[in-house]
Design a protein around this ligand. Structure first.
Ligand SMILES: Cc1ncc(COP(=O)(O)O)c(C=O)c1O
Ligand SMILES: N[C@@H](CCCC[NH3+])C(=O)O
Length: 464
């Protein structure tokens, strides 16, 4: 395709979708440090982007594409930032659903974080990698009796109860095992979090939690307090995901403390803990402006302390459950360009060797991502592009709107930053795609922590 078919100038103006880029960035070779985490992406003198000091060209040769590359030091630094921000008077539970592997569990353990799991598989991974059971919380709106039994037997630190049936189910299982299980009750506080509908979880009309409004949460507390198999230690609220604004958390904290006060007044019991969930947003594009852990910690501590003082309650132990904010920025996905297709006057479709099977978030939530040419620099003019995958689906879009240099061609490597959370963990085998590996990079060395799937893996499931 002739590159001269892309004259420079204002031709983009007619086709730019509203709310997206208004102009190409001044320098297409620059990597915005807000989106490209501190150590994750640096461009070396030869123009090749490096992670942990290793060039992406070398990484692609050794590990293939598509692949996720994760900076272990960055991950650990983020764990420490959260732990230090909340201090010893609070607990940070990493939300394993964002991305979990046994190496990650070991890092979390070493950095002093706890772990939130929401399935038997995540629980098994946590235990197999040596996370002490008392530092694990089990979540889920429909935990099976088997999952509950495994968790109680293992001695998990808490189970977060999500329905009336589950209150009884967990109590019975604990009694049968001769145990008293520490539990929290998940409540929906009625906050409309400013995020995509599918990832907002605190409005009443959805599947998670028991509503404060109408008294279901208070009734759940009443029932839980009566059961010998349960030790009710607190109230849990999670308002949603990819949220930038602390005001939703403040409203949630206010309402949760309100429930603690009601509980004290009705039962004469002061519950010792509250968990305000996860949900802190990260920068996927230069337009995103996330809060730092210490800002979140200060806002949450202030509001809980203030509300408790007003209610005459002792300040409960606080916990939070960040997933995306820890692992999201620590990784990028590396792809190789296979084809380009120019639609004159509209945009150029750049097809890479992955797609919705390794990143479903664009198709599912209209998520916005950035992308950069990382195997070289270019002085070519900006070209309005759509980075798409290789699946049989026109919605198979990785990056909806991006400017790439107009000379991008087959064989070039593109990287999509901030893919550490909810990409590998939500990856699929659609079209029998083989899920990509996760490669951890540290001190100039790279090692596979989750290997690439093989056709044998597919055949092992397909038993004929
Ligand atoms: C109960 C609970 N805690 C924590 C999280 C982690 O959220 P995030 O990765 O947005 O921090 C989630 C997912 O949204 C969740 O459902
Ligand atoms: N999977 C979602 C977030 C929901 C997390 C679980 N409650 C995402 O990619 O943004």
């Amino acid at each position: 395709m002739s590159r001269s078919a892309h004259p420079a100038g204002p031709r983009y103006a007619d086709v730019l979708p509203e709310g997206h880029y208004t102009a190409p960035p001044a320098d297409l070779n620059a990597l915005d440090p807000r989106v490209w985490s501190r150590t994750v992406g640096r461009r070396a003198e030869d123009g090749v982007v490096t992670v942990g000091g290793i060039g992406v060209d070398r990484l692609a040769e050794e590990f293939g594409t598509p692949a996720y590359f994760l900076d272990e030091d960055d991950f650990r630094a983020r764990c420490r930032a959260w732990r230090d921000a909340f201090g010893t008077e609070a607990d940070v539970f990493y939300a394993g659903k964002a991305f979990l592997s046994r190496a990650v569990v070991r890092w979390l353990h070493e950095e002093g974080l706890n772990l939130d799991v929401c399935s038997a598989g995540e629980l098994a991974t946590a235990l197999a990698a040596g996370m002490p059971a008392e530092r694990i919380a089990l979540h889920g709106n429909n935990k099976s009796p088997e999952e509950i039994t495994r968790a109680v037997e293992a001695g998990v630190g808490r189970i977060v109860l999500d329905s009336f049936q589950e209150i009884v189910r967990v109590a019975h299982i604990a009694e049968r095992l001769g145990k008293r299980q520490r539990v929290q009750i998940r409540v929906t506080v009625g906050v409309e979090a400013h995020t995509h509908e599918f990832i907002a979880t605190a409005h009443e009309d959805q599947k998670f939690g028991l509503a404060l409004v109408g008294g279901q949460a208070a009734e759940a507390v009443r029932r839980a307090l009566k059961l010998d198999g349960l030790e009710l230690i607190g109230i849990h609220s999670h308002i949603g995901s990819q949220i930038f604004d602390t005001s939703g958390f403040e409203v949630a904290a206010h309402r949760v403390v309100g429930l603690l006060k009601e509980i004290r007044d009705e039962h004469g019991v002061e519950l010792p803990e509250i968990d305000l969930g996860g949900g802190l947003g990260i920068a996927y594009t230069s337009d995103d402006d996330p809060r730092e852990p210490h800002e979140i910690a200060r806002a949450l501590n202030d509001i809980v302390t203030r509300e408790c003082a007003a209610a005459g309650l002792a300040v409960p132990r606080l916990s939070v459950e960040p997933g995306r904010a820890i692992v999201g920025p620590t990784a990028f996905t590396l792809y190789e360009v296979g084809t380009t297709k120019e639609l004159p006057g509209l945009r150029t479709y750049v097809s890479v060797d992955g797609g919705m099977s390794d990143n479903i978030r664009t198709a599912l939530y209209d998520a916005e991502y950035s992308v950069a040419l990382v195997s070289r620099t270019s002085t070519a003019e900006p070209m309005l592009s759509r980075v798409v995958g290789k699946h049989c689906e026109s919605g198979d879009i990785v990056v909806r709107d991006a400017f790439l240099p107009a000379d991008v061609a087959p064989g070039d490597l593109l990287a999509v930053p901030a893919t550490g959370a909810y990409c590998r963990s939500m990856a699929s085998n659609y079209n029998h795609a083989l899920r990509p590996p996760v490669v951890a990079v540290k001190d100039g060395a790279a090692r596979v922590i989750v290997r690439r799937e093989t056709e044998e893996d597919l055949f092992r499931l397909d038993v004929g």
